[in-house]
Design a protein around this ligand. Structure first.
Ligand SMILES: [Zn+2]
Length: 221
């Protein structure tokens, strides 16, 4: 059993600070940050270093074409009108980063069963093809052992789950690399809801793998 890590690596936080992460990964980091004062402090330091580096750069003169593009852009901007009716506020437990997708509460989403223990709802697809979804695992329920053809990012939103490497609670960030087989199991006390970003189709490694994998891959095409 290797050490379980519940926070993003520094490299990932640095890319987040530089604004260079794909949207799907940035969503996971933002959600984790809302629960993690340590990573929030680290990010503030990174932001400070980034802005000091920017100040050391020599400004390049703006071309006329660039100025014109900026003016054209300003012309197209309009004030966003205030909504006529105030929308129902989302439940306080919904991370701010996810409120654009979860308008009220998790239970109001259109969950789809993928097995007796697991339900899922897709929130969006990233431009790099990554799937952003929520997973809901019944108390004590488990997912099938699987690996991935890409990385998998998970942030625990409600409840907790364990796998071969440890126990993960609300706010914990888990990154599984390609081909790292694992089998998450929700704890017995309550259902577990996670934010999950998968960058490639999952690969089941159990008994029915040869039967299932071609179908899963097709759903990513
Ligand atoms: Zn953290």
């Amino acid at each position: 059993m290797k050490e379980s890590r519940k926070h993003p690596y520094d490299e990932l936080l640095a890319s987040y600070s530089a604004g260079s992460l794909p949207l799907s990964q940035a969503l996971c980091i933002s959600t984790h940050l809302e629960h993690c004062p340590d990573c929030t402090r680290k990010l503030r330091r990174l932001n400070r270093v980034g802005s000091e580096l920017m100040q050391q750069l020599q400004p390049a003169p703006a071309t006329d074409a660039l100025k014109q593009r900026l003016l054209d852009r300003l012309d197209t901007l309009t004030d966003t009108p205030a909504p006529a009716v105030a929308e129902a506020a989302p439940e306080a437990s919904i991370p701010r980063a996810l409120r654009q997708f979860v308008k009220k509460g998790y239970q109001d989403l259109s969950w789809r069963s993928v097995s007796a223990n697991i339900q899922t709802v897709e929130l969006c697809r990233d431009s790099n093809g990554a799937r952003v979804e929520l997973l809901k695992i019944k108390p004590g329920g488990s997912a099938v052992t699987h690996t991935h053809l890409g990385d998998e990012y998970t942030v625990v939103l409600e409840g907790s789950f364990s796998d071969e490497d440890g126990l993960y609670a609300q706010g914990d960030f888990v990154l599984r690399g390609k081909n790292e087989a694992h089998r998450p199991v929700a704890t017995q006390d309550r259902e577990c809801i996670c934010l999950a970003v998968t960058e490639g189709p999952i690969q089941f490694t159990g008994l029915f793998s040869r039967l299932l994998n071609p179908f899963i891959r097709r759903s990513y095409a």
